[in-house]
Design a protein around this ligand. Structure first.
Ligand code: PEP
Ligand code: MN
Length: 348
């Protein structure tokens, strides 16, 4: 942390600030310029240094943090990419992970048909919501626990690990029984109690960026999970809310290189919820891969017109082979390896 003293700060004021830093067990490194003095505070316990509240001291102009406010998830302390392995599927580093499946588990048939097609197309994991965060209380809220049983059946048949959302602390035990990765949705990015509990549960967490969450806030939310001892975290950009309404959200692809620079965690992209319309998803999926994303999460449905949730953005299951083959070319271009699943034969 750097403490910038006011122009004309007295020697007593400077000495007082140095004294406070040293009394807290840190080292003070003053640099005296012609006009201002800047004091560096260096110590192992940065929370404690930050907690000194030196902003209020006489003669202090401002206090500038040097290190990021998050540490476990940052690159400052561990520079290598984190690589997670979920039932043999790697994510992070040179591995590219495609997660695909229905928005929502509606029926056994719809889920199994979709799961088989995702596996055939080369997806590494199966997504599917049992508990759905719906904007309207009158919309279908998900099948709940029976959906979890259907997801288990889909995993047994296809071998695809399950990614499913948890909305509340109370749902955690049921979801933990079956999920390989627990999704925290955009509406819960800053549900800190939920994040802490998932940190304690130790299960891999797919943490989505909220619609009005900055990148730094996303990383701080990840830090909540990591601070409980769980560093198995996958971050996800899914679009943010802006004045633009041509798409469902505005896909902030700049978040990918920014996060990858600041954090060692894998970062994937959800072009489905960002674009909201089927035909717009592929171009942004390609762009996400080339921007450096470690994976994608996309929605698919056998008959999107009848879907109970997010039909307009669901890729037709029978078009998934060609869709994945297209994305795979971008993955190859980036020199990454697609995790899991053999590609289906498609005429490309
Ligand atoms: C979802 O993945 O179906 C979902 C609800 O996503 P988000 O939280 O990004 O809106
Ligand atoms: Mn959805």
């Amino acid at each position: 942390m750097m403490i910038v003293m006011r122009q004309g700060a007295t020697e007593d004021e400077i000495a007082h600030v140095i004294g406070r830093i040293e009394a807290a067990g840190a080292q003070a490194h003053p640099s005296r310029g012609e006009f201002v003095t800047v004091i560096g505070a260096i110590g192992d316990d940065r929370e404690m240094i930050a907690g000194l509240s030196l902003e209020g001291e006489a003669g202090v102009e401002k206090v500038v943090p040097i290190l990021k406010p998050y540490k476990l998830v940052s690159r400052e302390f561990h520079s290598e990419d984190a690589v997670l392995e979920i039932r043999g599927r790697k994510i992070g580093g040179d591995n590219f992970c495609l997660i695909a499946g229905p928005c929502t588990v509606e029926t056994r048939e719809q889920t199994l048909v979709t799961a088989r097609a995702m596996k055939e197309a080369g997806a590494a994991m199966l997504r599917g919501g049992a508990f759905k965060p719906r904007t309207s209380p009158y919309s279908f809220q998900g099948l709940g626990e029976p959906a979890l049983e259907i997801l288990v059946e889909a995993r047994e048949e296809t071998g695809l690990p399950i990614v499913t959302e948890v909305m509340t602390v109370a749902q955690i035990p049921a979801v933990l029984e079956v999920a390989d990765v627990v999704q925290v949705g955009a509406r819960n990015t800053q549900n800190f109690d939920l994040l802490r509990e998932l940190g304690q549960a130790g299960i891999p967490v797919l943490l989505k960026r909220g619609m009005a969450t900055t990148i730094e806030e996303l990383l701080l939310s990840a830090e909540y999970i990591a601070a409980e001892g769980n560093e198995k975290i996958i971050l996800c950009e899914r679009g943010i809310r802006t004045f633009e309404n041509a798409t469902r959200s505005t896909l902030d692809l700049s978040a990918v290189p920014v996060v990858k620079q600041k954090s060692r965690l894998p970062m994937i992209v959800d072009p489905s919820h960002a674009m909201g319309t089927r035909d717009l998803i592929l171009p942004m999926a390609r762009a996400a891969v080339v921007a450096g994303a470690d994976g994608l999460i996309v929605e698919a449905h056998p008959s999107p017109e009848t879907a109970l949730c997010d039909g307009p953005q669901a890729i037709y299951v029978d078009q998934m082979n060609a869709w994945v083959a297209d994305v795979r070319r971008c993955v190859d271009l980036m020199g990454k390896v697609m995790a899991g699943g053999e590609p289906a034969e498609v005429g490309v």
